[in-house]
Ligand binder design. Structure first.
Ligand code: PLP
Length: 457
């Protein structure tokens, strides 16, 4: 019996009775009923009522190859049949994990030659935090425990992920979170620069230098690492000015602070390079990745670690007392390996860089003539659109969250998935999107901005 045969109401009732949704006001959802998604193909989804929806969010920033890639299903089936599970804890390994680690090392920048596996982005972030602190203990500087992140960053939902994230909403259930974590302001020029800071590059430098100020305040001898997403995704696609990341890297080097790039969203082609770090010209010491690693088809994440940190921990640290049952899960690893091969062999990332990314950005920027659109930011196939009450003088909506949700709901009703982060609409379609599909996405977005303006204008 198919999902559709049982009818939407049946599934909505069961969902409301038993299924507790992540990051959702479940009471409000249960009153109206969740939309039941039943199928995906390419950049499109279908719901249980037969409606087609253009997925402008690639699932949750992850289905980079689009839906329905049979090669990934075949890779999973073959691995299920051969070895569905074995651990890598006890003096054993298996070929899917080895091959994937090797492939990841070949596409990451610098000397990130050592790969540790987990299942989710949050676990990868936890792992990176533990590694950074462990490194300084083994290196003989145990006072270096503090990790500095940014406000409005997102690094996951585990205790460490939530602590490193800079979203106050995630801390509302109170302390204690993980200790020795500090946050500096984000590099959001359009939203946060004051009237005097008209030059985005000067603003980018100023925001990067907040890191230096925080290191000096805490004492460099106490700071283990800085963590940041090359582009803040869940924070609303905050694209930093070009001056920002090189200055962050310079400061990290000056004070001997490890640089952790959280590439969970930016990794695997989203910005037109394998990693966002390459787009912004930096070489981190530690890199976390998930989502696009398997195109979202199976849960898997990884932490790629540079020689300096890995050599110290592997050769000087003895056993690293950390790991997960599913670290390097063979079926997930086989699917991730196939994903990377497809990205590489079909030159999908080159296409994002040279063709479809610039086209997407150019077409989205045509929306800046809409009365509701203050600014479109983005690179490659990731973008954020600031909705404003007035463009000049620039004025944000007092209840920006509500406007964003109104717009998001119009999008969903009209057959387009865009996510609302406050009053920013964010968009990150599968990397295989065609020019015609980009045109359709922009057409639908304009229509939804019209409908939103009608509601709030
Ligand atoms: N880090 C970043 C940058 C993310 O965007 C996310 C999720 O969106 C995470 C970590 C957490 O990943 P997961 O939801 O797989 O735990």
């Amino acid at each position: 019996m198919t999902v559709v045969d049982r009818g939407t109401a049946h599934w909505q009732k069961l969902d409301a009775d038993h299924h507790w949704h992540p990051f959702t006001n479940t009471k409000a959802l249960n009153q109206k009923g969740a939309r039941v998604i039943v199928r995906g193909e390419g950049v499109y989804l279908w719901d249980s009522e037969g409606n087609r929806i253009l997925d402008g969010m690639a699932g949750l920033w992850c289905v980079n190859l689009g839906y329905g890639r049979t090669e990934l299903a075949e890779a999973a089936a073959a691995q299920f049949a051969t070895l569905p599970f074995y651990n890598t804890f006890f003096q054993t390994t298996h070929t899917p994990a080895v091959e994937l680690a090797h492939l990841i090392a070949s596409v990451t920048p610098g000397d990130l030659n050592h790969v540790f596996f987990a299942s989710s982005g949050s676990e990868a972030v936890d792992t990176a935090l533990r590694m950074a602190r462990a490194y300084w203990v083994v290196a003989g500087k145990p006072s270096k425990t503090w990790v500095i992140g940014r406000k409005n960053a997102y690094h996951g939902s585990t205790l460490a992920g939530a602590s490193l994230s800079g979203m106050s909403g995630m801390w509302k259930y109170g302390a204690p979170l993980v200790p020795d974590i500090a946050h500096i302001a984000q590099p959001y020029w359009y939203g946060e620069a004051d009237a005097a800071e008209t030059d985005p590059e000067a603003f980018g430098l100023a925001r990067a230098r907040l890191l230096e100020a925080k290191i000096l305040e805490l004492g460099a001898e106490n700071v283990a690492a800085f963590i940041g997403e090359p582009i803040q995704g869940a924070g609303g696609v905050i694209v930093p000015p070009a001056s920002y990341w090189p200055e962050i890297e310079r400061i990290c080097r000056k004070y001997d602070v490890l640089l952790i790039a959280d590439e969970v969203i930016c990794g695997f082609g989203r910005t037109g390079s394998w990693f966002g770090s390459q787009t912004f010209g930096i070489t981190p010491d530690i890199m976390t990745m998930a989502k696009g690693l398997s195109s979202g088809y199976l849960p898997i994440s990884a932490v790629a670690v540079g020689n300096r940190v890995a050599d110290e921990l592997i050769n000087g640290g003895g056993e690293f007392t950390h790991g997960f049952t599913y670290s390097g899960h063979p079926v997930s690893a086989a699917v991730a390996k196939r994903t990377i091969e497809i990205l590489r062999d079909e030159k999908i990332i080159e296409r994002v860089h040279d063709d479809i990314g610039p086209y997407f950005q150019e077409r989205l920027r045509t929306l800046e003539d809409h009365p509701l659109v203050g600014k479109v930011d983005g690179v490659g196939l990731i973008a954020g659109i600031a909705l404003v009450a007035s463009k000049s003088p620039k004025r944000f909506f007092e209840k920006g969250d509500e406007v964003g949700l109104i717009c998001r709901d119009h999008c969903f009703a009209e057959g387009l998935v865009m996510r609302a982060v406050g009053s920013r609409m964010v968009c990150a379609p599968p990397l295989i999107i065609s020019r015609d599909e980009v045109d359709e996405l922009v057409r639908l977005a304009r229509r939804c901005f019209d409908l939103t303006l009608r509601d709030v204008g």
